[in-house]
Design a protein around this ligand. Sequence first.
Ligand code: OOG
Ligand code: NI
Length: 441
Amino acid sequence: MFVEPWKLRARFARSLSEMYGNEVPAYRTLVEVSHAVNADVVRRHGADAERLGSLDRVTAERHGAIRLGTPRELAQVARIFGAMGMFPVGYYDLRDAAPTPVPVVSTAFRPVDEDELARNPFRVFTSVLATSDRRFFDAALQARLEAFLDARELFGPELLALADRAEADGGLDADDADRFVALATQAFELSRAPVDGPWYRELEAISSVAADIGGVASTHVNHLTPRVLDIDDLYARMQTRGIKMIDAIQGPPRWKGPDVLLRQTSFRALAEPRAFRDADGVVRDTALRVRFGEVEARGIALTRTGRARYDELIGQPVEVWNARLPHTEHGLAAADLAYFTFHATDRPRDEQTPTELAALLAGGWVTAEPIVYEDFLPRSAAGIFQSNLTSAGRHQTGQQHAALDADWMAGVLDRELADPFDLYDAQRERSLDALDVLARS
Ligand code: OOG
Ligand code: NI
């Protein structure tokens, strides 16, 4: 049997989830509570609850977060994700994040077309350490850091060869698929090898993210995030269970209108025992708090205009949201603030049938379906990173930025770096093209 990219993706997501559940038992609790919340929302709201994704999709849906050290590692992971039909979308720069800068730039690997997303929407927020950024690392430390990172191998030749073959052939046969999923999962397993204590601590003084990435010779899943239909309910239930959540839900408040973009929250990193080789050469167990649990609710994707409005509103009280945004899908669509796809209904048409979209919608000849936001938000991502840092670390202001912009990232990936807005625009356009009732200029 031939295993296509989407099946590799679904299998990898499941296998990673199993591994991570063994490593971080609180993740299993989170998944359980998420399922309970989702089932309740569907019970309370019926079919409406599934407007932004079927219960099946939402129940299986996860995003992962990984952190890499070098351009070489980033380019390699792009090949592994490419084999699973996941491509780099969006560019996020967290180095300027207030109040605590994080020394990484990031992208997300995800399926890009709607059929692929419907089959399995697994996505991975992927960060790479900004080793050349002088605000964090001076030239001498950069050189030592890069030497350390260049000497490690996260993804072996067998895994990469299987990845390249899967991408070229559009899948793998059964045995190779098993091997590929096993090797890919293993690459993100938490290593038990002793960590070089003094080296780790030196980096940790700058940023615990720098230490998590560059202080160890391997990588690991930082978190796996289930999706919930009611994040406020989930937040309350986790607290009732005695799990201390971060102070806030990142993203828009619970306002009058439908969920838009993304709301996320997390609970504090769990202390995990890791073996440290101290300066005296003795290996001791140390409790490290690096990984954490995160959960998210996804809403309707906003257009560029909608996003600009969102950026103005973020941090404002909920009354301001209610006043400045239309409360209904129709209102959001009419003001071109959010993305929808449009579909013909079976209402019979004749010569009198209008040809304008608004009239077609009003008369029931066409319906609008919301497009779910499939990406991330720089402010939430920074908030998630920051809420789990062990200290503010140390960085310099006024130093030269290393460029490390979206073009740099695309060059490293040697792939196109898709702009999320372009993908949503194209999806909307395809649906409009398919509407033969519509008069288009
Ligand atoms: C990634 C933090 C960002 C999200 O969902 O926005 C993130 C990390 O901690 O590596 O996961
Ligand atoms: Ni996340």
